[in-house]
Design a protein around this ligand. Structure first.
Ligand SMILES: Cc1cc2nc3c(=O)[nH]c(=O)nc-3n(C[C@H](O)[C@H](O)[C@H](O)COP(=O)(O)OP(=O)(O)OC[C@H]3O[C@@H](n4cnc5c(N)ncnc54)[C@H](O)[C@@H]3O)c2cc1C
Length: 451
């Protein structure tokens, strides 16, 4: 191990959730990791780039393991072999140099590949390409007893599981998506650091399109923007459809003064030059368009600045991030947004609505200014999850549930379904040492007092 030190290591993720590990280990290769695990009796939490927002990478005790040194990046035709510690941004650059791209596009590209695998990350392009799980062709995992396995697509799990009912949303990341005979990759991707330590993977790369047009389109009303989303969602040329409400644009203006004053905006990206569909919507003439890398980077920064500003604002006020990650079936998108507003508007709590509207997956982030507003916001997180489930939605679309949101699992799944998930956990990590407190409270025998 690298001299990670024996002194307690404070750990904090992007949501402001804090914990502590007794020590941090940074193995330089798989053999060191295995040697440690075989002798280990302590809780273990895998720490990626800590950009998660549910406390998943934040230990309460035990050993934090960073795979930062597993940074392999080999680009081939149609695929890349990547280490868990490689940053998504580095894969993006390497793929681009080979005239290819990696389709999952979670907004924060400083995330580690391991973190994106563990959380089945998605983002702005998932309504077209799906989330991370779909793009992993092979996966290497180290289990808590030190067993190392490399799984290929189609390699079925060798134990029985029931089918759990998953919501009719276009994205979903909450609990294990169990079904009889499912493949290993599907159960490990999205397992939120609870089943195995993911060390390496082969991911699919797609050919870079010859032409890309990007734009930030400004709308005179929220209704007009939502109607455009419904009309455009299935257009084959569109590969990004992101939403900003009026208050999101106001918040952005604090850091990007040219952010316009308007009722709503959509960030789009499309392949090819067929823009006829734009004529059908009342788009402001001042909307921004661009075709160069520099334009795309400017728009990416504009989009990225929003969650950063949200996270900074709420933490500066002294609170944890209070953001939803719920998706509903696309046909219920406008109704769900109207319900959020109906519940929030009378309270006076400042809030923004933005995000992956192509998947009917917007983030509602509340920015409480007082302790009472913070308490109310906390309650809304739960109430909104309930409202999403009532509409056939999911309680976690891309961030997972980690520790902060694990209570939502029981809003979505029955007791026997959650038991079936726990049985998988028990089978692969019988001492319940890995990712303690993520998804489920840990089993009493292994539970640390703070779990
Ligand atoms: C500004 C901002 C914007 C974001 N936008 C998006 C978005 O659009 N889409 C999206 O999906 N997410 C988004 N996120 C959330 C976050 O970036 C993703 O969840 C990301 O996948 C986390 O990667 P990480 O390396 O930071 O993981 P961490 O936060 O360090 O860890 C996340 C979880 O993965 C586990 N883990 C990490 N590495 C491994 C491994 N090698 N093996 C097993 N388990 C592991 C951890 O134990 C933890 O449970 C955003 C975050 C921020 C701060």
């Amino acid at each position: 191990m690298a001299p990670g030190g024996m002194k307690p290591q404070p750990v904090e993720d992007a949501s402001g959730y804090r914990g502590q590990a007794d020590r941090l280990l940074t193995p330089v290769n798989e053999a060191e990791l295995v040697t440690f695990l075989v002798a280990n009796r302590e809780p273990v939490t895998v720490v990626g780039a800590l950009s998660g927002v549910t406390g998943g990478a934040v230990p309460t005790t035990g050993v934090a393991i960073s795979l930062a040194k597993f940074d392999r990046c080999e680009i081939g035709r149609g695929m890349a072999r990547v280490g868990a510690g490689l940053l998504l941004a580095d894969l993006q650059v390497a793929a681009k140099a080979s005239k290819q791209f990696y389709a999952p596009d979670p907004t924060y590209n400083g995330a580690s590949m391991g973190g994106t695998f563990a959380n089945n990350a998605s983002g702005s392009r998932s309504f077209r390409f799906g989330s991370t799980r779909r793009h992993v062709l092979a996966l290497r995992a180290v289990f808590m007893d030190g067993t190392v396995r490399e799984f290929r697509r189609g390699e079925a799990i060798d134990f029985d599981v029931p089918r759990v009912t998953v919501p009719a949303t276009t994205k979903h990341q909450a609990g294990y998506p169990l079904e009889p005979g499912m493949d290993w990759i599907d159960v490990l991707i999205g397992s939120e650091g609870t089943l195995a330590i993911l060390t390496e993977a082969t991911v699919r790369l797609l050919p870079a399109p010859a032409e890309l047009l990007s734009g930030v389109l400004f709308f005179p009303s929220e209704a007009a923007a939502l109607a455009a989303v419904d009309a455009w969602r299935t257009l084959p040329q569109l590969r990004m459809l992101e939403y900003f409400d009026a208050e999101s644009l106001n918040l952005l203006r604090e850091v990007i003064p040219e952010s316009p004053r308007c009722a709503a905006a959509l960030l789009i990206e499309q392949e090819g030059d067929d823009t006829g569909y734009l004529d059908s919507a009342p788009i402001d003439e001042a909307s921004w368009f661009g075709t160069t890398d520099a334009d795309r980077e400017r728009f990416r920064k504009f989009r990225h600045a929003l969650p950063e500003r949200v996270n900074d604002t709420v933490r500066r006020n002294g609170y944890l991030k209070m953001g939803t990650d719920y998706a509903v079936p696309p046909g219920r998108n406008a109704e769900m947004i109207a319900r959020y507003r109906e519940m929030l508007d009378p309270t006076g709590i400042r809030y923004v609505i933005y995000g992956h509207i192509g998947d009917a997956h917007v983030h509602v982030n509340m920015l409480p200014a007082t302790a009472e507003q913070a308490r109310q916001s906390q309650r809304f997180l739960h109430d909104f999850a309930h409202e999403a489930v009532l509409r056939g939605g999911t309680v976690g679309a891309e961030h997972g549930l980690g520790k902060r949101k694990r209570d939502l699992l029981s809003l979505l799944y029955s007791g026997p379904e959650i038991e079936a998930m726990k049985a998988v956990k028990r089978r692969l990590d019988p001492r319940w040492l890995l990712g303690q407190g993520n998804l489920f409270p840990c089993e009493p025998a292994s539970c640390s007092p703070s779990c």
